[in-house]
Design a protein around this ligand. Structure first.
Ligand SMILES: [Zn+2]
Length: 216
């Protein structure tokens, strides 16, 4: 298990889940039906967020995914409109929403930018950026939604389509799901997800066997 990720997950999990439950209640939906656009809609309706697509210049489109400016319990999110990777855009907006719901602005920081080159972050930025990443992956595909759709025997590509996530984002989410929810080691989780991605294994069967072992 990657202790750093586990530590971040434990730190943010309660706040992110509280937000999920609030949004589920607001739209009167079960958790498994929540998708990234519900959180966006909720932030627009309840917190008066603005979400803008920006047409970037030649340099900036390669440097930046999205940013958020938080002011007076509301926020403006701008995302790189030149990207054709819709899954990445959805994830970036979810990442920015996490800076808001996790209270990253409470130390007085009002602006966060998600950069393409992660090495550009300062040491001070890194913990908040990691928290926003883990939070974003939880919002993109929550535990109930993953359980529900894996039980429908969906394969990796169908899950990407269902959650409108990029391959990379779903891969990471599933690895964390298997480690945090099913007690897989990092290595086991990576191996399982890699095999699931190329349709070599039946993930539903593997998880139901884990359930049997858990309750044996
Ligand atoms: Zn960020």
């Amino acid at each position: 298990m990657n202790n750093k990720i586990e530590h971040i997950y434990e730190k943010i999990s309660i706040k992110v889940h509280e937000f999920m439950y609030t949004v589920a209640e607001y739209f009167n939906l079960p958790l498994e039906s929540l998708r990234h656009f519900h959180y966006q809609q909720y932030c627009i309706e309840v917190y008066d967020f603005e979400i803008h697509k920006l047409s970037m210049g030649r340099i900036s489109q390669k440097k930046f995914w999205a940013n958020i400016t938080i002011v007076d319990n509301s926020a403006i999110i701008c995302y790189n409109g030149n990207s054709t990777n819709i899954g990445r855009i959805n994830y970036s907006i979810a990442h920015e929403i996490n800076h808001f719901i996790l209270g990253h602005y409470l130390d007085g920081t009002q602006f966060f930018a998600e950069l393409v080159d992660k090495s550009s972050y300062t040491q001070q930025d890194i913990p908040k950026e990691l928290e926003a990443n883990i939070g974003a992956s939880l919002l993109m595909a929550n535990d109930d939604a993953l359980e529900y759709h894996i039980n429908l025997s969906m394969n990796f590509k169908s899950l990407c389509h269902e959650f409108q996530m990029s391959y990379a984002a779903l891969r990471m989410r599933l690895v964390n799901f298997l480690t945090f929810n099913y007690g897989f080691s990092s290595l086991q989780a990576w191996h399982t997800v890699k095999n699931f991605e190329v349709d070599n294994i039946d993930l539903k069967k593997i998880l139901s066997n884990c359930h049997l072992n858990m309750y044996a």
